[in-house]
Each structure stands twice: as C-alpha cells, then as structure tokens.
Ligand binder design. Structure first.
Ligand code: ADP
Length: 254
C-alpha cells in the first residue's frame, strides 16, 4: 500500500524518490534561517507584532536577543515598548557594528559563563531569534549583518518604518524588504478620516512639516500621527510625488 503512493516514474527512472520516514525527519531538523520584516507607519502595531513574536519564541525557550537604537551614545539595557504599553527587554545600541560586537561575543554582555552553552563552533554565541526594532535608524550595514545571521540559521525579525515623514522610502528598508523571506506591511488608522493609514504625518506646532526638514529630528518639539495617502501633507515642495488629491491639488503644495 505504501508503494502505491509513489508515482510510477520514481520507481523506474533516475528521478529522486519522495522523502520518507527518518530521511524526512532529518531534513526537518535542519534549522533554516529567515528574515522577517514588519513595516508600516507609526502606530501601525509594528512593535506590538515584534513583541508578540519575541514572546512566543521565549515561551518556546529559544535563545532570543532584542536590539533597538540608542538615543544617546551609550550602551544600556532597555526595552522595546509599544504604544499600547506592552514591552520586552532589549539592548539599546549605537549602530550595526555595535550589534555585531555584541552578537559575536566581543562584548562582556554575552561572554558571561552562563552563555557558554550557546556557543556555535566554540566561537560565536548562537541565537535562534535576533529581533531589531526601529531598523530605519540604523546604518545600511545592518542589512549585511542581518543576512549573515540568517545564513547562520537565525530567525531575524526586523521592524521599522518603510516610509519617512515625507512618504519617501526610508534608508535601507527597501533593500531589506526585497531580501526578506517574509514581509508584513501593517497599516494604522488615519487620524483625519479613519481609513487605513500608510503614512506618518509629522506636525511642527500643529502644522505639517516641510519636505526639506531633516529626516530625523533630534530634540525638536514635533509630533506624529498616522494618515492615509490622501490626508498626508508635506509643505515646501511643488513636486509632490504620490500624495496628489482627487481634486488635482497636491496635498503638500504651498
Ligand atoms: P508602531 O510600532 O507601529 O509605532 P505600536 O505597536 O507601538 O505601533 O502601537 C500600536 C498601538 O498604537 C495600537 O494597538 C493602538 O493601541 C495605538 N494607536 C494609537 N494611535 C493609533 C492609530 N492612529 N492607529 C492605530 N493604532 C493606534
């Protein structure tokens, strides 16, 4: 009966036979790395989703490490927190080189004796899951770093903004999107009309920011809200690319 399931051609040609029994189990035991991306505007639930995936991995007793960009130039223990109050412990780091140093055990952080059982090839600590939040604030070399760990068999989960406040692709995020095995593009709720929001509106003193404002503002008294394409506004450009309104007036034109 078992053989009846195998197509005739597998028995009498040089085609590989279907995998059975223990061979299939052996293959399943090989851990495949993968890159997962969670993107969308602010308030779309990216951190929430990253925290959910990390929490499940921790419940499964996997070796998990979480990173986020530091707001200052020091390393410190921190947390990834979502706008609805959930959080998970994270390491606040300066750049991709800093992540690499920590992952490769050059830093005392992972050189402690209780991590010695997590060593791969007696050199590099092994992690099942590496999660990075706010990926858009890292340098482009974070792409290479993420892919290297995927090749080592890690599940690399990355969350961040796909578009900047102007609605333009954010730094290296498009490259990560192209290279990822799995992508989730989330939307928030537009604060003007309640439609799905795919854009992040920057407001300065309650007014839309200008196109030529710096992408990352430090210490400014700006605020952000989620907007749909139609209600996303940018001042200071006559060349608004993709937020033209139905009435023919560009949302960002002044
Ligand atoms: P992100 O990481 O994408 O900025 P978070 O995971 O931190 O998002 O927060 C998502 C939470 O933000 C939602 O579950 C909801 O409670 C809250 N929230 C606030 N404003 C909005 C909005 N305009 N649309 C959707 N959710 C919002």
């Amino acid at each position: 009966m078992e053989n009846a399931k195998i197509p005739y051609m597998f028995k009498h040609t040089s085609h590989p036979r279907p995998l059975e029994g223990k061979h299939l189990q052996q293959i399943q035991h090989v851990q495949q790395g993968q890159l997962e991306l969670i993107v969308g505007p602010m308030f779309s639930g990216k951190s929430e989703e990253l925290i959910r995936r990390v929490t499940r991995a921790l419940i499964a007793k996997q070796n998990v490490v979480v990173f986020k960009p530091a707001l200052d130039d020091r390393y410190h223990a921190s947390a990834v927190a979502s706008h609805n109050g959930r959080s998970v412990a994270a390491h606040a780091v300066q750049d991709s080189h800093h992540i690499r140093q920590l992952l490769e055990g050059e830093s005392p952080l992972f050189a402690a004796p209780d991590h010695s059982s997590n060593r791969l090839n007696n050199q590099i600590p092994h992690f099942d899951v590496i999660a990075i939040d706010e990926i858009q604030f890292f340098d482009p070399r974070v792409v290479e770093l993420a892919l290297q760990w995927v090749c080592l068999g890690a599940r690399v989960i990355v969350a961040g903004l796909d578009l900047d406040f102007r609605g333009e692709p954010f730094s290296m995020v498009p490259e990560l999107l192209a290279r990822a095995e799995h992508v989730d593009k989330l939307s928030a709720i537009c604060m003007i009309c309640g439609a799905p929001a795919t854009r992040t509106q920057r407001l300065i003193g309650g007014n839309p920011a200008r196109f030529d404002d710096p992408i990352v503002m430090v210490g400014a008294s700006e605020s952000y809200e989620a907007r749909c394409r139609m209600h996303h506004e940018i001042l200071g450009t006559a060349d608004v690319k993709d937020n033209a309104r139905g009435d023919g007036i560009s949302a960002g034109r002044i």
